[in-house]
Design a protein around this ligand. Structure first.
Ligand code: ZN
Length: 638
């Protein structure tokens, strides 16, 4: 059924509401009392990530004052762009996210879902702000703290906000009534809230929080309907409750939902696609959860289906990580949502950690390219205004406050693919041009966290370098110099076996390794090079060629306009994106039912892949790293 039910109290996940061909509008479901009941759960002890920040001496010499301020917890607007390039570390992008997290909220700490591209640009509250957006921001802030060693200004406030919206009787998150929001409890809000609270519980172990989580889980079945399009969206949230809080009813519900989605009312075809139509974020979140469930209950058939569906998804995207937000759009506009990239890398690492190491390359390429490019670094195309904030709107420095936030709909060349309008809400919202949707505001940081947790791991006496990214573990400091150079160094701090994934563009015979303590005999095993038993104090170097090569690719909805590109790669990094052929200034939007300005060529807001300096070698500064203490790991899943 094609959804055109764009009401305020519609089911959650705003992007899906307007865009999923499979969306089924959900009737409003009362959930007892609503409003703002007093918090019933103590925030508990907030364990701030340790002071494991690692600064190299040369870096400190150049950036010492700025970093000392950062270490002191000062709220710098954003990371300065270094004049000398740095090694690629996820921490760099996590630190940039603080500008968005700290500033894109109103005086009461409520984040804004909508950013409108108007003169001046506007931030506007909308119904997703109370459940969806706040819960994602809370979870993103917790994850950002682990990656950056400092807390977002509003993290504790968001925690209190979410807890205060849990209904006293049902335990469900209930949106309040405002001029732009109808009260209600829906499944999407519950899924995102449960995942955020389970993340907080995995860290603070507060018994009162566990009680709140269990109460919420107990009341979820009242929201399940046999063909609810967000059934699968809940599975990962439930499995995180199972693993973090050991709550058996959550496992039972996850099993029922898996059965519903994969057997009773299938969301996917028997040949493992959703070619018939589907929302990428919702479908991939279902796969992240199903992979977790399959591993927990040891169901190889289900795990195999997740693998097959993942392979279908990667066939719908590009090698640099552009994924269509919706499968089955009947128009020319195609765009990539950061929320979908989060669940793409989430599914990829869940598979890669459990028998499919061939997918590490997908995750690393997606991170290095479309995910990194989806973080806003220049919002100057969003013109500032000087009107004071109202209850619903803000016009103050929207472009500056969005730096560190994320694209809602990127193209391969621009931070926004098309000038489409909001199709829901009252007259103060409807018809305005959307610049970003800030569901992606928490999701982008969550995506970075998934990559950060999995870049390298130490398990059972073995250090595995899965991605060629900088990483600091208690057992090793790993530095990688791609794309400038084919060099990876490991400074070992523990006796262990060492293995390094061989990049897809490297022939195993072209890979070499040496140690400060003598010769290293490499053993090639699958797509890893094994460096054998090494000793603490050894410095290892792995070298390989980083070829520059070109490929052509296209994106577009089947049966509609296709957009072609020449992609210049250096190793796993795109260093240039060249549009090919005639790129139209306008194209047909099936949502707006008209031709709209599109940005697939050289002209448009927020140009991406401005990376030609990466074609040359350069002296690099080591990026500042944060020690991974091993907590909050939702993807290893043995
Ligand atoms: Zn999103």
């Amino acid at each position: 059924m094609k959804s055109k039910r764009f009401c305020h109290s519609g089911s959650s996940l705003p992007a899906i509401l307007i865009q999923s061909p499979g969306h089924v509008g959900q009737a409003f479901q009362p959930a007892g009392e609503w409003g703002f009941p007093a918090p019933r759960v103590r925030p508990g002890d907030w364990k701030v990530a340790g002071t494991g920040r690692l600064e190299s001496l040369p870096y400190l010499t150049s950036y010492g004052i700025g970093l000392l301020l950062l270490a002191a917890g000062c709220a710098l607007a954003s990371e300065p762009t270094p004049s000398v390039p740095e090694t690629i570390a996820v921490e760099t992008y996590a630190r940039r996210a603080f500008n968005y997290l700290d500033n894109m909220a109103d005086k009461d700490g409520l984040p804004y879902f909508n950013i409108f591209w108007a003169e001046p640009a506007q931030a506007a509250h909308d119904w997703p702000d109370f459940g969806d957006v706040t819960s994602r921001q809370l979870q993103g802030a917790i994850m950002a703290r682990h990656m950056a060693g400092r807390s977002a200004r509003l993290e504790k406030d968001w925690y209190k906000q979410v807890l205060s919206r849990l209904d006293a009787k049902s335990g469900l998150l209930v949106r309040p009534k405002t001029s732009y929001c109808e009260p209600g409890a829906d499944l999407g809000d519950q899924a995102l809230t449960l995942y955020a609270l389970a993340t907080a519980y995995a860290e603070n172990r507060d018994p009162a929080l566990r009680a709140a989580i269990c109460k919420l889980v107990d009341h979820l079945p009242s929201l399940y309907t046999p063909d609810h399009w967000l059934r699968g969206f809940m599975i990962k949230s439930l499995m995180t409750c199972v693993r973090a809080a050991d709550y058996k009813p959550a496992l039972d519900q996850a099993g029922q939902l898996v059965k519903s989605v994969f057997e009773e009312h299938p969301a996917f075809t028997p040949d493992n696609t959703f070619r018939h139509g589907g929302h990428m974020h919702a479908s991939l979140r279902t796969l992240v959860g199903a992979a977790d469930y399959a591993l927990y209950v040891k169901d190889p058939v289900l795990f195999s289906r997740v693998d097959a569906l993942y392979r279908y998804v990667r066939s719908e995207g590009t090698r640099f990580g552009f994924l269509p937000e919706v499968i089955g759009r009947k128009g020319d506009v195609v765009s990539c949502e950061t929320c979908a990239l989060m669940d793409y890398v989430g599914t990829g690492v869940s598979l890669a950690n459990n028998g499919h190491p061939e997918y590490w390359g997908d995750v690393e390429r997606t991170f290095r390219n479309q995910l990194v490019e989806s973080q806003i670094v220049d919002g100057s195309w969003l013109k500032p205004g000087d009107k004071p904030d109202t209850e619903q709107f803000s016009w103050r420095d929207i472009g500056g406050r969005m730096v560190g936030g994320y694209a809602g709909w990127s193209s391969p060349t621009h931070i926004l693919a098309a000038r489409e309008d909001l199709q829901w809400g009252g007259p103060e919202l409807r018809g305005k041009t959307r610049a970003t949707q800030n569901c992606c505001g928490g999701s982008g940081t969550h995506a970075f966290f998934i990559v950060w947790k999995n870049a390298a791991r130490f398990e059972n006496g073995t250090l595995s370098v899965n991605m060629h990214l900088d990483k600091l573990l208690p057992q090793a400091e790993i530095r990688c110099y791609q794309p400038w150079r084919g060099l990876l160094t490991i400074d070992l701090r523990a006796n262990c076996r060492v293995r390094v994934r061989i990049p897809e563009f490297v022939s195993p015979s072209d890979l070499a390794a040496k140690s400060s303590e003598g010769e290293v005999n490499l053993r090639i095993w699958g797509n890893y090079a094994e460096l054998g038993e090494r000793k603490a104090g050894e410095k290892l170097e792995v070298t390989y060629p980083v070829p520059v090569r070109e490929e052509e690719c296209s994106i577009g909805n089947p049966g509609f306009r296709q957009f072609r590109y020449r992609v210049t790669w250096k190793g796993d990094t795109v260093v240039k994106m060249t549009p090919l052929g005639d790129m139209p200034e306008k194209a047909y939007s099936d949502f707006d039912k008209k031709q709209v300005p599109v940005f697939y060529g050289t002209e448009g807001p927020g140009p991406l892949y401005q990376r030609e300096p990466m074609l040359k070698d350069a002296e690099l500064k080591p990026a500042a790293l944060q020690m991974d203490d091993g907590t909050l790991d939702f993807w290893l899943l043995h």
